[in-house]
Design a protein around this ligand. Structure first.
Ligand code: ADP
Ligand code: ZN
Ligand code: ZN
Length: 729
């Protein structure tokens, strides 16, 4: 009689365990394969993690695998190892971690897409008369095709335009005679790529040589260079060399929606070789991109944080662009940090990891300084331009009206007179911070959260930015009936004030509200580059790595919040934001200027900003962290508890603190304390902070505590989450 075999399977349930099943005799199951399984009264999709000789369940009660979904494993062995580590490190159920690594369609059991069905190529009709009525998306499509001077696949077109065009939309355009098609050929014509357009500078060559020299072995290299110093060029060149040798390259970027230029730059450089993976894709396109990368058909994978979990059998290089960006940290569910896991993946697969930034995080800088990371520096810009001069405007001397001081307005006039652009950064969208009554002190609050409502004048509504609660704007105080006033300034109010000061200057606003419509961001960025606007008002979106040729002035409207916030990383992130925004100013030959409005010009951070040297700015911050035992010198985990009633939630949290203290060895247990936002969407949030100078002891405490919860589950109404290495406290 043949020996029975068993497999241990991961399934998508919030349980901290795997499940054992019997293999049907005709199947030989491999780790990483998907299977259908009976589970409870229904069936589910699972991923085989390993074979086991003796199951953890009595063989009389064990159930049998229903069917094999994939002939080949969908997850590779090193990836399964990465996922196991991820679950352990972030204290998250392994089954959820494994299933979440798959594109949504595969999680639900859809088959792998199989070979591509060729789609037609699209071309613009150069000679066609311009039609009368044509939308902006259609115009952008036609422009891209004309510029490419060759028929393109829908995918190549999407890479170039960032429009996410569906096939049906292109077919409608063809029906209207706006586009022509050509039958798909096996070798698709795409715009030609080629190497860099210019020779690398000596600094760039040195950095490149170090990266290339590190190939084939694990190790982290920090590519530390001011904005515009040519970092992207260096790692595209490094990617090219890896591709030439038959390797695959993973490039992680913080947020694809905000950086359409980068994806275009990469797809132009590596035509036909790029799979782009991000949440903006339709389910099927996403599955396709994932599978192209997995099969190595497209050897360069460019994606946002979850692209990290894509199997890449010939992986040769990992690049994390803008490593300081907080978007790399997932803020709900599995609280992983994609940069940290990328480093681990590099280690597991023996490939180098390049972290790029003009403003690296303190964690990364500390590791570079202590020699654990190779520190590559690019100190100058290839075009010879200088970083902008930074000055402060003391708002105690020059009070602001609707966010603007007189010297700021004067500087703007000067800049506009030179035919250059003004970028005004205000990291608060909406019209005003709050709606309040001068007479009785009433303030418009969210009925569900501890938050003031933000006024959005354009839609005449007040909105809660935490839970989305929305209500019509009122002119009179609901408490005393007197007229209401708007306090504080948001981007919309600043926009209105600026268009009053500069009635003849075209203005563009860039914030989450203004770019909600598909393609709106691309259009705005294009308009800014084309000098269609003299003034640009925006949130941190302005500070992303966009390349603008003629920015003369970057005005920072309000930084004081960041100087005095209790949050661990507020100061660091304020520095990063200001410097990233400053990086937009000045290019080739004309240096720009940065003006910061602050009521605290003598604050050490403001003094440091004026000096302009990021490396020098971080020293005092690192000292502070050292003294406080905070990262990178200590390790943190945050436990968040949220429940429906304030007292019950607090009692539970106190209970938990007692539990934690019992298991804590060399771990400080702080709290419980109400979370900075105590009430959100009618639920109450408490948090407990664990701090230790040793990672292992911190994890030991977390592990013991989780075991305790499994044995004595807290009430169902309570939601508990663990955030290891939190980035906001
Ligand atoms: P970063 O990623 O550091 O912000 P980029 O790689 O985007 O810098 O380069 C900034 C600008 O300088 C881009 O327009 C790029 O094309 C250009 N550039 C980069 N390297 C060189 C070089 N060696 N010679 C000339 N121009 C360069
Ligand atoms: Zn709310
Ligand atoms: Zn009132």
């Amino acid at each position: 009689m043949p020996q029975e075999t068993f497999v241990r399977v991961a399934i998508d349930r919030p349980l901290d365990r795997l499940f054992d099943y019997r293999c049907p005799p005709e199947l030989r199951l491999l780790p990483g394969q998907r299977v259908r399984l009976p589970f409870g009264r229904s069936d589910t999709v699972g991923v085989v993690m390993e074979s086991v000789a003796t199951p953890a369940v009595a063989t009389s009660r064990i159930r049998t695998v229903g069917a094999l979904i994939d002939p080949d494993p969908v997850l590779t062995a090193p990836l399964l190892e990465l996922l196991r580590f991820t679950a352990r490190y972030y204290h998250h159920p392994l089954g959820e971690v494994v299933l979440n690594a798959l594109p949504p369609a595969l999680r639900r059991g859809a088959p792998l897409p199989g070979p591509r069905v060729p789609e037609p190529l699209w071309r613009a009709d150069i000679d066609a008369d311009p039609p009368r009525r044509i939308g902006p998306r259609q115009q952008a499509t036609i422009d891209a095709l004309r510029e490419a001077r060759a028929p393109l696949t829908r995918e190549a077109l999407n890479d170039l335009t960032g429009l996410g065009l569906r096939r049906a939309e292109l077919e409608r355009m063809a029906d209207r005679g706006l586009l022509g098609t050509e039958p798909a050929t096996v070798a698709t014509t795409e715009p030609s790529g080629g190497g860099p357009a210019f020779p690398l500078t000596p600094e760039q060559r040195d950095a490149l040589a170090e990266i290339v020299g590190a190939s084939g072995q694990p190790g982290v290299l920090l590519l530390d260079g001011v904005t515009g110093s040519g970092k992207t060029e260096v790692y595209l060149e490094a990617a090219a060399q890896t591709l030439d040798q038959g390797g695959q390259v993973l490039i992680l970027i913080p947020e694809i929606a905000l950086t359409p230029q980068l994806i275009q730059r990469v797809s132009r450089r590596f035509p036909g070789q790029v799979a782009a993976l991000h949440s903006g894709l339709a389910v099927n396109d996403r599955l396709r991109a994932w599978d192209d990368a997995r099969r190595g058909e497209r050897p360069l994978l460019l994606g946002t944080r979850s692209a990290l979990f894509t199997p890449l059998p010939r992986l040769g290089l990992i690049i994390v662009d803008e490593e300081h960006d907080p978007a790399y940290k997932q803020q709900d569910g599995l609280h992983y940090h994609a940069r940290d896991l990328a480093i681990l993946r590099g280690h597991l697969e023996s490939v180098p990891v390049v972290l790029g930034s003009a403003t690296p995080t303190l964690e990364t800088l500390e590791k570079a300084r202590s020699g654990r990371y190779r520190h590559l520096r690019l100190g100058t810009r290839p075009d010879g331009s200088q970083p902008p001069a930074v000055h402060c405007l003391d708002t105690r001397v020059h009070p602001t009206d609707e966010g603007l001081s007189t010297p700021m307005l004067d500087a703007m006039r000067g800049t506009l007179a030179q035919g250059r652009q003004c970028f005004m950064l205000l990291n608060r969208r909406g019209f005003a911070r709050v709606l309040s009554c001068d007479h009785c002190g009433w303030v418009a609050d969210c009925p569900r959260c501890d938050a003031h409502l933000t006024v959005h004048a354009a839609i005449r509504r007040s909105v809660c930015h935490l839970c989305g609660y929305i209500q019509p704007l009122s002119d009179a105080c609901p408490q005393c009936g007197q007229a209401l006033r708007h306090l504080g300034v948001g981007t919309q109010r600043l926009e209105r004030a600026l268009s009053r000061h500069f009635p003849d200057t075209p203005l563009i606003r860039l914030d989450r509200d203004s770019i909600r419509r598909r393609g709106a961001l691309e259009q705005s960025l294009e308009a800014i580059r084309g000098m269609e606007a003299g003034i640009v008002v925006g949130t941190q979106i302005l500070a992303k790595g966009h390349d603008f040729p003629r920015v003369g002035l970057v005005g920072i409207i309000d930084v004081d919040q960041g100087l005095f916030s209790a949050d661990l990383r507020a100061a660091e992130q304020t520095l990063q934001l200001v410097l990233q925004a400053a990086g937009r100013a000045g290019r080739a030959g004309d240096p720009g200027e940065v003006l910061i409005q602050t009521g605290h010009p003598e604050h050490p951070l403001m003094r440091a900003l004026r000096g302009g040297d990021y490396a020098a700015m971080v020293d005092p911050l690192l000292d502070e962290r050292h003294q406080a035992g905070m990262p990178p010198y200590g390790y943190l985990a945050l436990i968040r508890i949220d429940g429906p009633g304030p007292e019950a939630t607090q009692r539970q949290a106190e209970d938990m603190v007692r539990q934690l203290r019992r298991h804590a060895r060399e771990v400080r247990v702080l709290g419980p304390a109400p979370a900075p936002r105590h009430r959100v969407n009618r639920r109450y949030r408490e948090q407990i902070l664990l701090a230790s100078s040793r990672r292992a002891t911190l994890h030991h405490t977390l592990g013991e505590t989780r075991r305790h919860w499994e044995a004595h589950p807290p009430p169902r109404s309570l939601r508990i989450s663990i955030d290891v290495d939190p980035i906001t406290l």
